[in-house]
Design a protein around this ligand. Sequence first.
Ligand SMILES: Cc1ncc(COP(=O)(O)OP(=O)(O)O)c(N)n1
Ligand SMILES: Cc1nc(C(=O)O)sc1CCOP(=O)(O)O
Ligand SMILES: [Mg+2]
Length: 213
Amino acid sequence: MLNRLQYISQGATIEDQLFNIHQALDHGCDWVQMRFKTAESTTELLKLAEATKMLCDEYLATFIINDAVLLAHEVDADGVHLGLTDMGIPEARSILGTSKIIGGTANTLEDILLHVSNGCDYVGLGPFRYTKTKDKLSPILGIEGYKNSMEQLKLQQIKTPIYAIGGIQLEDVSEIIATGIHGIAVSGLITESISKTKLITQLNEKLYGYVLV
Ligand SMILES: Cc1ncc(COP(=O)(O)OP(=O)(O)O)c(N)n1
Ligand SMILES: Cc1nc(C(=O)O)sc1CCOP(=O)(O)O
Ligand SMILES: [Mg+2]
């Protein structure tokens, strides 16, 4: 089963990225998505990916890469996350094989159904609310948007794990999970937290419904 909490990395430089990723792992995150939009070259992306791979191996954490399928293949990451304008899931699958995780972005039920029919392993459905982390946001879904999509998926007996994303705060998690959503993907919440161990423990308690030891 896929973990319920995914940390999406932040940082303008390799050093900031690595610091934030290391912090998240050290305080209990077990799934990192490397998202480095300000990388100046493919060499920088490769350097960060290699370093993140080593860290995630050390912490026994899942490591996926945003957008870059060939890079994920090159560093033997656990998978990729692909947006609506990134490489298609069938092509990514043919490069990465069946053992790797492929996630896809959705904003509508139609997006979700397309990803499911293309064999994605999970869907990131968002944005939940406005966030400054990503430019050019799709229309905001709010809790009602999640309720509607999850009801339709239940009717169609679709069990692909769906992750909520976009501006999520600790206080939002219980009502999000109550819709049938599998997990959450967060960036700013963890990066900016000054008590990360407490935050991640509280997130996991809400996501898994019991206290993790
Ligand atoms: C878990 C998860 N869900 C959605 C996204 C957004 O991906 P994308 O639409 O490709 O946008 P960018 O992240 O590339 O700006 C995501 N990264 N992760
Ligand atoms: C990367 C990303 N994708 C989104 C989408 O809606 O597809 S929202 C988002 C940003 C997530 O970061 P934060 O937790 O800081 O809001
Ligand atoms: Mg993308």
